[in-house]
Design a protein around this ligand. Structure first.
Ligand code: DCP
Ligand code: CA
Ligand code: CA
Length: 379
């Protein structure tokens, strides 16, 4: 296997097979700060800095992320809060503590939307996902570009957030491509464009090349990805070890065979849908809600699990998002309990909210395995 990889024919063969896949990578823009902007539209246009305040109090701590207005002043993730304050002292800026509950909730909802775009879906982090859209697009890059636009539009319409999407023949290239046109970007790199896209980039742009590695590469005279792609692989392996040496060689040549794979261990099962028309009539919404309960229940049965917490998510006509949930006294798995609880949550929500509902979702969390037999199967 290793010997084969050393062979240049292998690279061109891999590039040819790479043509057969189309991967989309979605990365939400300035995620934590954008969530805050959405909750407080008055922040828009101002520099927004989300901070991890340390226990020492005052302004000690670091910047988690900042919106692009703040970035124009030089504010970056990881910098001390007092440095960010210094950079922004002449302007009216918003400094906020992290609100993980909000970001997790929005992330869950967006991942749920994206999941519907492909059966092969992999959440990569709180604000990133890879989707294998080969089948969905019939291997056609034109259709893939349209599908990426649909994803962007749906996330914006339902969640009020912008993201950047990269479409390319593999996971690594799609991720790099997504980062290329931020924010609110969309970039497509077709198989025949891989080299012209990659080769001029500085080595530091390659995923996995940190500051230290970059310094070593520059000392070796490797400045661009083209230099890296053409560097003798045996020498790369000598310097960086077999695993990383091989990775750098393949990556710089645009080769990455890793499949899009659903992460193991699920934290929730959920399903969300858009109503045919905005409504605040329980009788109109209930059939959609029951359909969602049925779909979620099917997964519960399939996975042979029981759950203790359940809830509904609601997107109202003004795009604001609400969730209502309950935790039961014991584990259950039956459809009737799920339906009844969701019905009650929705009924209560409609009484509280004067706004019409645009999207509705059902989710269950807090799982356990259904039977001893299965428990053994899991061990
Ligand atoms: N994050 C953090 N500390 C860091 C980097 C990131 O707390 N050093 C958090 C805040 C980010 C989120 O993770 O909003 C996602 O990280 P990204 O690297 O994707 O950065 P952003 O989404 O903020 O910005 P971009 O528009 O560049 O993707
Ligand atoms: Ca991001
Ligand atoms: Ca990210």
């Amino acid at each position: 296997m290793v010997k084969l990889s050393l062979n240049r024919n292998y690279i061109s063969k891999m590039l040819k097979t790479a043509k057969t896949r189309i991967i989309a990578h979605v990365d939400l823009d300035y995620f934590f700060a954008q969530c805050e902007e959405r909750e407080n539209p008055s922040y828009k246009g101002k520099p927004v800095v989300v901070c991890v305040y340390s226990a020492r109090g005052g302004d000690s701590g670091v910047v988690s992320t900042a919106n692009y207005v703040a970035r124009r002043f030089g504010v970056k993730s990881g910098m001390p809060i007092f440095s960010a304050k210094r950079l922004l002292k002449e302007v009216e800026a918003v400094f906020l503590p992290v609100n993980h509950e909000l970001y997790n909730k929005i992330s869950d909802e967006i991942m749920e939307i994206l999941r519907d775009y492909s059966g092969k879906f992999e959440q990569r982090s709180i604000d990133e996902a890879s989707l294998d859209i080969t089948e969905r697009t019939g291997r056609n890059y034109g259709r893939a570009e349209k599908l990426a636009l649909d994803m962007k539009r749906e996330i914006l319409m339902s969640e009020g957030l912008t993201c950047s999407v990269g479409v390319a023949p593999n996971k690594l290239l799609a991720k790099m491509t997504a980062g290329f046109n931020k924010p609110d970007g969309l970039k497509v790199v077709r198989p025949e464009e891989v080299k012209s896209f990659l080769f001029p980039l500085p080595v530091g742009e390659l995923y996995g090349v940190g500051r230290k590695t970059e310094r070593v590469m520059l000392e070796l005279g490797i400045n661009t990805l083209e230099d890296l792609a053409k560097y003798r692989i045996e020498d790369l392996v000598k310097v960086f070890g077999e695993k990383m040496g091989m990775y750098f060689h393949n990556a710089a040549n645009g080769v990455d065979e890793s499949p899009v794979r659903e992460r193991e261990g699920f934290v929730q099962i959920s399903k969300i849908t858009t109503l045919k028309k905005d409504s605040s009539d329980l009788n109109e919404i209930i059939s959609d809600l029951y359909e969602l309960c049925k779909a979620v229940h099917e997964r519960i049965v399939n996975d042979n699990i029981v759950f203790r917490s359940l809830g509904i998510m609601v997107v109202t006509e003004n795009m604001s998002i609400h969730s209502r949930s309950i935790t039961l006294d014991s584990y259950v798995s039956d459809l009737e309990t799920l339906k009844r609880a969701c019905y009650e949550l929705l009924e209560r929500f409609l009484k509280e909210s004067p706004l019409k509902i645009r999207r509705i979702g059902v989710r269950v969390t807090n799982f356990n395995v259904a039977s001893q037999k299965t428990l053994k199967d899991f061990q």
